[in-house]
Design a protein around this ligand. Structure first.
Ligand code: SAM
Length: 215
């Protein structure tokens, strides 16, 4: 795979019949899901014809008959049991899901921003099975897997802010994130007393305390 982030996305996809790779761009995630037989068929969806062409050109001939290339905004009326929506802002992801006629059974999401808003959207419709931070190429990514449920469970404040399964087991990337944020926010507060920064630091310190304080 082209990067640790893309590889991790593919690793998180459960076996499915139809996978939608929404905002597919190069198409690497959907293509790899086909090559590994995780998905039987893939709908490559992108709002940009130029991006979709990249996915089409990158698809190996021997899996092409299992692919559909669709130039459109979001899922609309498309039906898929799994959907990967990665590498775009959280508000765009929420808009795509809000406008979808059929919500996929499983979502694999990687919002670049507004992760908390995505979790708020998910917590009333999906069970979040996996929500962990990964550090790759100097950037922290939030990787989320959510499964549709009729019995959603609310997240607590720290889970909403940072991701539920970061608090399960040991995730060195999450520790690194908390450490870097704590140093950065303390430095800012040394220069000016900003209540928002202070509130954020308090959340970081609560997360560190929940994890046991040791790094
Ligand atoms: C930065 S790329 C991410 C590509 C790939 N998913 C990844 O994670 O590497 C974002 C892609 O999403 C597409 N996109 C943005 N909003 C979209 C929407 N509402 N519906 C479909 N495609 C969208 C863009 O055209 C672009 O190709």
């Amino acid at each position: 795979m082209k990067s640790k982030r893309l590889n991790q996305l593919v690793d998180l996809i459960p076996r499915c019949d139809v996978l939608a790779d929404v905002g597919c761009d190069h198409g690497y995630v959907g293509i790899e899901a086909l090559l590994r037989n995780i998905a039987q068929r893939v709908l490559f969806v992108d709002v940009s014809e130029m991006s979709l062409k990249k996915a089409r050109d990158n698809t190996p001939d021997d899996v092409r008959f299992r692919c559909k290339y669709i130039c459109r905004d979001g899922l609309g009326e498309l039906e898929a049991d799994g959907a990967v929506i990665a590498g775009m802002g959280g508000l765009e992801i929420i808009s795509i899901l809000s406008n979808a006629k059929f919500l996929p059974q499983t979502l694999i999401l990687q919002p670049n921003r507004n992760q908390k808003d995505v979790r708020k959207y998910l917590e009333t419709r999906y069970t979040i099975d996996y929500d962990r931070m990964m550090y790759c190429g100097g950037i922290f990514y939030n990787m989320i897997v959510a499964v549709r449920t009729d019995h959603p469970v609310a997240l607590n404040e720290l889970e909403l802010e940072f991701g539920k399964t970061n608090f399960v087991g040991y995730n060195k990337d999450f520790y690194l994130y908390l450490d870097k944020e704590q140093v950065k926010l303390k430095k800012i507060l040394n220069d000016c007393n900003d209540p928002e920064v202070s509130a954020k630091l308090s959340l970081i310190e609560r997360a560190i305390a929940v994890l046991g304080g040791s790094k």
